[in-house]
Structures are given as C-alpha cells and as structure tokens.
Design a protein around this ligand. Structure first.
Ligand SMILES: [Zn+2]
Length: 286
C-alpha cells in the first residue's frame, strides 16, 4: 500500500484466525531488519503475545525496537488507547473464537476562533486559548464579550468502527452507536444466510441491518468469500437495506468529508482479490 513503515505505531488484531494475522510476525521482522527503533504496540487476544514470542525465540531474534503488547478482552468494551486527539476501544463480536472489533473516535475539538469578529475587540494572544475552551472575554473596562460572539462551533468529531468476522448480534449496535463510518464484514450474499449463520459470519443484509441500527453515516463492505466472482455485487446487495453502502476494495483509501457529510473513495484494486478474503482498509479522518 506504499504506507511508510514509520507511520505505523499501533497494530490492532481482531482475532486469531490466520487470515487476520499470519503476516504480523513477518511485518515485525521487516521492521527489525530495517533498523526500526521507535516503539510499536500490538493489541490483540492474549494468546497472540505467546505466538509472537515463540516465533522470535525460535529465530533467535532480539527486536531492535521496543514491542509492547496489550491484551484485548472479548467479553466487554474496553478502552485500549487514548490521547488528547483520539480514543481507541475494542468491543465484543460474535464469532467461532474470541473476537473483538475496534472503534476509533476523534475527541471533540476546541472551538474555532471567529477571525472576523475578534479583530474589533483587540484580544491579546494569551487569551485565545481560554476562549477556544469556551470562556468569555472580559475587557479592561469590565465589558464581557460572550464566547458565542468570538468563536464558531468546532467540526463534529468523526469515528470509525471496524467489525471483522462476526455473526449478527443485537448488542453490537450499542457498542458503536452513531459511528460515522462503519466497516462491517459481508462474507456472504443475502441469499446465503444459512452459510453465514453456520460459520458465524454475516451477510450483506446483516451488515446493512447493523448500519441502520447504529445510525451510521455510511457502510463499507468486505471480507468476501472466495465462492463469489463479482465482489462489487456485495455493496449492491447491502444497498437494498442501507443505501449509503460502499464497496470495500483492497488498497483503497476512504476519506470522510465532514463538510459534505460523504465518503470519498480513491484507488483500490478492482474485482477479485488475489489473496481471497484478506481485506485491508486505509482510512484518513479529515
Ligand atoms: Zn475469522
């Protein structure tokens, strides 16, 4: 995907079926050989730590960079990472082995200074930060300039939910209520509901149902079974229930435009994927 390795500092693994993580140790090894020094954190099921350690031990590899591991819990929602800009949580999915989805939430931003308005009030630079946080401005003569005059509402925070392999289950919507962009697997077409139920996967209709319950801004399909030839048919199938559905394409970039309230898609390989079910998304929020 031509993504710079130095941009990758956190890796989230939903569950331990091979199509979701067998490439991980190879990637860690590449980082090591390329002399990476910056820390990396991997989040995933407890057993993943053992799996990584035994492979590094067997190849007598002492990584050149600090590798941190945080175990996910498949029984409840859990905050995994948080800074002043973003919060990442895991939440339970329903699959044949312990599995979690991931929710990436942008935190509310500070209010935006209304440049046209502040010019007339001679506001010192030191006061701008408190005004951005919602404070009124009090002039030396005691006159109060309300915050609503000086600032504009900040952009609405956006969020992204990654729901890998999962059967439909009612609790899911509560974990990701109101999410902006929802990626939800659609391993099977609607006509193959029986196969989806049998393997703890979802159909296009299941995913559309979740998108509707959540009130999501849009839905991206993916993780298609190799039994089908035309992957574009999945999004068409989901659109019957949830019109704002997009075809998940390997290597594509999905960019949510808050201003226009729509998803823009660039790149991505067409048609059948070489690797079958494996599917990755690159998402840029702003
Ligand atoms: Zn799986």
């Amino acid at each position: 995907m031509k993504l710079r390795f130095s941009k990758i500092n956190h890796i989230f693994i939903s569950h331990l079926h091979g199509d979701h993580y067998f490439g991980l140790v190879g990637l860690l090894s590449s980082f090591h050989l390329l002399d990476r020094r910056t820390p990396l954190t991997v989040y995933g099921p407890t057993l993943l730590k053992d799996i990584i350690e035994i492979q590094l031990k067997a190849s007598n590899t002492q990584l050149r960079f600090p590798l941190h591991f945080k175990a996910t819990q498949s029984g409840n929602k859990q905050v995994l990472f948080e800074d002043d800009k973003v919060r990442v949580s895991s939440f339970p999915l329903l699959h044949s082995i312990p599995t979690t989805g991931f929710l990436f939430e942008e935190k509310p931003k500070l209010r935006t200074i209304n440049l046209l308005q502040i010019q007339g009030y001679d506001i010192p630079v030191w006061a701008l930060n408190t005004i951005k946080r919602g404070a009124d401005f009090v002039r030396e003569d005691g006159e109060v300039i309300p915050n609503s005059v000086l600032t504009l509402d900040p952009p609405t925070p956006v969020s992204y939910a990654f729901c890998s392999d999962t059967a439909y289950h009612e609790q899911l919507a509560a974990y990701i209520k109101g999410v902006t962009v929802l990626y939800h697997e659609t391993t099977f077409m609607a006509a193959d509901q029986r196969l989806a139920n049998k393997s703890n996967h979802s159909t296009t209709v299941d995913a559309a149902k979740v998108a509707k319950e959540v009130g999501s801004g849009c839905l991206i399909t993916g993780h298609y079974s190799v039994r089908y030839d035309d992957f574009s048919a999945f999004a068409v199938d989901s659109k019957v229930q949830f019109p704002n559905t997009f075809e998940g394409k390997d290597g594509a970039t999905y960019e949510w435009s808050s201003q226009e309230g729509e998803l823009k898609v660039t790149g991505g390989r067409q048609g059948r994927l070489e690797g079958g079910k494996v599917f990755s998304i690159m998402w840029i929020s702003l």
